[in-house]
Design a protein around this ligand. Structure first.
Ligand SMILES: [Zn+2]
Length: 410
């Protein structure tokens, strides 16, 4: 399809499945726009929960149902259809160089993206902005232009005792107790307000700028709807500001799971030989995942938890493009024109995407413009994309192509 659009196609993957780059236009005097997306998907299971087979797209009730319809092939397809529309209706694209980058490993954290892009930095030099259509638009129906993501440090804490599980009557009081050790260790990460704040964790957190605070204030409040949707009467308050400030500008550590001993029905008197906790820690600018992890190991050493081993399973830095960047204004104008509604400017997603590869490694501004309906059911059975959202996405991609033609790097 990329070749049919007249693109030159290269595989940039330094490892893993193909990372496809399509290039159209090489005029250094023109602005260059890169659309990033991914062709891999989450597993479709449980299959019996689907109303139609996940890999046989079906249109019903004004929606396309298929795994990948929203996340991310359907959204990415909008860019290609917009380019095709320009070719057939106007004989060619507006005066802009276009790159598309299709990742095959996004759903597992894009483990080869950084290395691949690093090897190809000369090929990607000159890109003015990266635009990613992924995720859902705002609940209110308004489009969003999102300028950043939080990072992720995924850590496993492991505490081992004896070489096997033990009878808690025979050994209680004399054998090591990994479960208690792990619980104490987890507790030692918290400050007086109950948030993770071990020494070194919060040191480099960047405070929101004045323009970011203004953007936060302009975002319509959805706190009550979210609480209702979660079956809660309200969302817990906490240190670090209001709801949006906490989810966009403050780091957060969650215990994803604890594995240890016997947790089935009824009693079993056993001293488990091992206890493991999985922590997913969301990071913000300018926290360096490696430094945060080192600080955690240092804390364990200093606090007498030398018997708790910390292993980092994933480390992705946060990313931020200034909300006042001129190219953000250009994209915002394009979205308003293509979508037919004023976009909400969002400083950051709470979630994590490999944006740092563009903003950090290559120094290219990067924004997310989600095209999918909020009930797209991404990662779940009956994933779908509203046909109306699909068509609006195509118009939005076309407007981005058109507006970028007039962008001038300052
Ligand atoms: Zn996904």
């Amino acid at each position: 399809m990329l070749e049919d659009l007249g693109m030159e196609v290269q595989n940039l993957a330094a490892g893993g499945p193909p990372l496809l780059l399509g290039s159209l236009g090489r005029n250094p005097a023109l602005p260059t726009l890169l659309f990033y997306g991914h062709y891999d998907v989450q597993p479709p299971e449980p299959l019996e929960a689907w109303s139609s087979p996940p890999f046989e797209p079906e249109v019903r009730d004004g929606r396309i149902f298929a795994r990948g319809a929203g996340d991310n092939k359907g959204q990415f397809f909008c860019h290609l259809v917009a380019m095709e529309a320009f070719r057939s209706a106007a004989g060619g694209l507006p005066s802009v160089n276009v790159r598309v980058l299709l990742d095959g490993e996004e759903e597992c954290g894009s483990p080869h993206l950084l290395e691949s892009v690093r090897h190809s930095s000369d090929i990607l030099a000159g890109v003015d902005v990266v635009v990613t259509a992924d995720g859902p638009y705002h609940e209110s129906g308004s489009p969003c232009v999102i300028c950043g993501v939080r990072g992720l440090l995924y850590v496993e804490l492991r505490c081992r005792g004896a070489s096997r599980d033990l009878h808690s009557g025979h050994y209680g009081g004399i054998a090591p107790l990994p479960a208690w050790r792990l619980v104490q260790c987890l507790g030692s990460l918290l400050d007086g307000e109950g948030r993770v704040a071990y020494p070194g964790f919060l040191d480099s957190v960047r405070e929101p700028g004045a323009d970011e605070r203004a953007a936060l204030e302009a975002i319509p409040a959805t706190e009550e709807e979210i609480a209702r949707g979660l079956g809660l009467t309200s969302l817990p308050s906490g240190p670090g500001g209001g709801f949006l400030e906490r989810v966009q500008f403050r780091p957060h550590a969650n215990i994803s799971g604890i594995r240890c001993g016997y947790a089935g029905e009824g009693p079993k008197t056993v001293i488990p030989c091992e206890a493991v906790a999985k922590l997913d820690i969301r990071l913000v600018p300018d926290q360096d995942p490696d430094a945060v992890f080192e600080a955690l190991r240092e804390h364990l050493r200093r606090s007498g938890f030398g018997d708790v081993e910390a292993v980092a399973l994933q480390a992705v830095p946060a990313s931020r493009t200034p909300v006042g960047h001129p190219v953000v204004r250009t994209i915002t104008r394009a979205v308003e024109r293509g979508w037919g509604g004023k976009p909400i400017l969002v400083p950051s997603l709470g979630a994590t995407l490999p944006e740092h590869v563009f903003t950090g490694e290559l120094g290219i501004p990067s924004v997310l413009v989600p095209y999918a309906n909020p009930d797209e059911r991404n990662h779940a059975p009956d994933e779908n994309l509203l046909l109306e959202a699909f068509r609006r996405g195509i118009r939005t991609s076309a407007a981005i192509l058109a507006e970028m033609a007039s962008y001038r790097r300052s």
